[in-house]
Design a protein around this ligand. Structure first.
Ligand SMILES: [Zn+2]
Ligand SMILES: [Zn+2]
Length: 242
């Protein structure tokens, strides 16, 4: 498994092609951030690499982030995404006990502290993890360069705006997203926010994997790019150009 140490004791693990999980090691406790598609035996990896107990946290409830939950005795996830975890458990026949993960909750890992932050937008129950005092943030899919607001699990655009504004006020310089190998600068969050002021939603020119009811908008600013794919239902038909 490809892995990159992005900070001392913080490894970005490529669980499957372009699907990343993150392991955060403290002196007394470790956190595994997401379990990927479930193709790699992360429980065996953790047992081998981690000398302390390790809690498993889900950034949100999409299947490429919870696919390996079944390998662990329990996981933490935001209640807003519990329906997604339950649906996936029904689909796979594999149920894992889930504990609530609340914004404001904080984990003392020994020598480092991780704080749970709401990233509602991509899904209603998306959360991030701020490594307090280290200027670093784990964002799951909540701040990907291409932001997806799709399906009943997504929050409305107004919620995404609130989330981005709140994230900009947080003390960090770089963040990890779950589908990029390297940390992104916090400036990307401002680019997303500026994009929301300049939205130009159009039907995708090519049929994509997300179906016909999806609008797309793209925005560029000083070499950075923000792309938004959003269900028409979340913006109202009148906001989509014909
Ligand atoms: Zn996702
Ligand atoms: Zn994802």
């Amino acid at each position: 498994m490809n892995r990159t140490e992005v900070l001392p004791g913080v490894w970005h693990l490529e669980e499957d092609y372009r699907v990343y999980c993150t392991l955060v090691q403290g002196e007394t406790l470790a956190l595994l951030w997401d379990t990927g598609q479930g193709r790699t035996d992360l429980a065996a990896y953790v047992a081998q690499q981690v000398p302390t107990p390790c809690l498993v946290l889900n950034s949100h409830g999409h299947s490429d982030h919870i696919g390996g939950n079944f390998r662990f005795p329990q996981v933490y996830a935001h209640r807003g995404d519990w329906p997604l975890l339950a649906a996936y458990a029904r689909l796979t026949g594999r149920e894992t006990p889930v504990c609530p993960l609340e914004p404001g909750q904080s984990f003392a890992l020994g020598g480092r502290r991780a704080e749970v932050i709401s990233l509602a937008g991509h899904t209603k129950g998306s959360v991030g993890l701020l490594l307090a005092g280290e200027g670093f943030f784990l964002a799951g899919d909540g701040l990907n360069q291409t932001l997806l607001l799709l399906g009943a699990e997504a929050a409305p655009l107004s919620q995404l705006r609130q989330t981005l504004e709140a994230v900009l006020r947080l003390p960090f310089a770089h963040y990890l997203s779950s589908h990029a190998p390297h940390p992104l600068p916090k400036a990307q969050v401002a680019v997303h926010l500026h994009h929301l002021d300049q939205l130009r939603l159009e039907d995708p020119s090519r049929p994509g994997p997300y179906g016909p009811r999806v609008c797309r908008s793209q925005y560029r600013e000083q070499g950075s790019r923000s792309v938004l794919l959003i269900d028409r239902g979340l913006v109202g038909e009148e906001n989509c150009l014909p």
